[in-house]
Ligand binder design. Structure first.
Ligand code: RFL
Length: 394
């Protein structure tokens, strides 16, 4: 049977960053990924990296391409009533900025660098199961090309996202699950068109939220609020562009460029957290343990923050037999997770159309008061900036 110190399930941002940070401290790991390499390198998802995330990647020599190709952002635009309001978050938060860099590009960089340094990784690892998590010697069983494999480890890192196997390997009674579906969903659109803005736009409109995000000089990302469970078939390209034109329109003649739609899908929103993020020698990190509504662009950043805490804790255990970091792992991560949950939920309710129903009128007036306050008050702007750019320590 093969052996390693840390068996990492999942080659997303959490798993790959963890593998690199451990290797930098001489701790060996093997990464097991269910999908093929080309699949994970093309999967379109997040794109906005916090200052802290970029700093960490830089400190570990993982940010060369990101620095060359990522775009630095210092402000965001809020639109309502056809008017534009800029929040200069970098100025409001000590010059800290964000970087736009597509998640799949980051994943491709991390995989390339991992393989270049001789790191162990198995793609298309099927039927992954976890065993002996409560003992000293956990084991991961899986199959590649139909052949069964076994990997003995000291620790297992469950970095396999929301639909992975790791969280499900924990007996139900050992976890407290917080799960709420929000009454919003996004039609996510990737289009081959130059952006019509230099900064990300969040538009609050009576027909629903619209977002204009950035990816590159030739590809743009858009989001449109819709109902949960709305099928993507009800969003032909003409309807997407018509809705974006209406919801993003301003009174100052701003123009939205249109182009061919490359990809589109509907994503439901939920707030989800399991506590603790640990069971025996299994440690959950990233989306395996928590999901935030995507409005605040936090999921990838939280995944990297977990990986950092877990790497430090494992290194301390392995090199100094100090178990305090691992004992505190879940509590340490959850403080940030709950702060980010609260911010992501607040921002989601701030920019989306409040669904019809009892109390909707009142909530809409409160939402409007909140938007006006945020755009007018430097103190409110500074609080937004601190959370949006990424709070340093919680
Ligand atoms: P991932 O990226 O889901 O990676 C998990 C990996 O595990 C693999 N896997 C398995 N491997 C082996 N065996 C199994 N049984 C397995 N099951 C699964 C999967 O194939 C995958 O490769 O989780 P990780 O590393 O925790 O990273 C989390 C982020 O991917 C996620 O939070 C973000 O994409 C969320 N998110 C955003 N985050 C940001 O920080 N900034 C953003 O701008 C942002 N925008 C978004 C987003 C998520 C979105 N969707 C799709 C919900 C926009 C959207 C629309």
């Amino acid at each position: 049977m093969a052996r390693t110190c840390v068996g990492i399930v999942g080659a997303g941002p959490a798993g790959l960053v963890l593998a690199h940070l451990l290797a930098d401290q001489g701790v060996e790991s093997v990464v097991l990924e269910r999908q093929s390499r080309s699949h994970v390198e093309r999967r379109v998802r997040a794109g906005l990296l916090e200052h802290r995330t970029v700093e960490l990647l830089e400190a570990h020599g993982l940010a060369e391409r990101l620095r060359a190709r990522g775009q630095v952002h210092r402000g965001v635009e809020l639109r309502f009533d056809g008017r534009r309001h800029r929040i200069a978050y970098a100025d409001l938060y000590g010059g800290r900025h964000m970087v736009v860099y597509a998640q799949q590009e980051l994943v491709a960089d991390l995989i390339r660098l991992w393989i270049a340094r001789g790191g162990g990784i198995a793609f298309e690892a099927e039927r992954v199961t976890l065993h002996g998590l409560e003992g000293e010697r956990p084991e991961i069983r899986y199959a590649v090309g139909g052949r069964g494999e076994r990997l003995a480890c000291d620790f297992v890192a469950g970095c396999d996202g929301f639909h992975g196997v790791s969280r499900g390997s924990i007996p139900a009674g050992a976890l407290t699950v917080h799960d709420q579906r929000l009454p919003f969903a996004w039609v996510g659109v990737l289009a081959e068109v130059a952006p019509s803005t230099d900064e990300i736009i969040y538009a609050n409109h009576a027909r629903g939220f619209a977002g204009h995000m950035l990816r590159s000089s030739t590809v743009s990302r858009f989001y449109l609020q819709t109902e949960p469970d709305d099928p993507i078939e009800s969003w032909p390209d003409e309807r997407i562009w018509a809705e974006l034109q209406r919801r993003l329109a301003t009174s100052d003649g701003w123009k939205l460029r249109e182009g061919p739609v490359l990809e589109k899908n509907v994503t439901d929103m939920r707030s989800f957290v399991v506590e603790p993020m640990q069971f025996g020698r299994l440690f959950l990190a990233g989306d395996a343990a928590h999901i935030v509504p995507p409005t605040g662009a936090k999921g990838l950043n939280l995944a990297v923050a977990d990986a950092r805490v877990l790497a430090d804790a494992i290194v301390r255990q392995v090199r100094a037999s100090d178990s305090s970091g691992l004992a505190a792992y879940s509590d340490t991560c959850l403080r940030r997770v709950w702060r980010v949950q609260e911010f992501s939920s607040w921002m989601t309710w701030l920019v989306h159309r409040i669904p019809d129903g009892p109390g909707a009128d009142l909530r809409r007036r409160l939402q409007r008061a909140q938007l006006e306050y945020l755009c007018a008050s430097p103190a409110a702007g500074a609080s937004f900036a601190e959370n949006y750019v990424g709070i340093a320590d919680v």
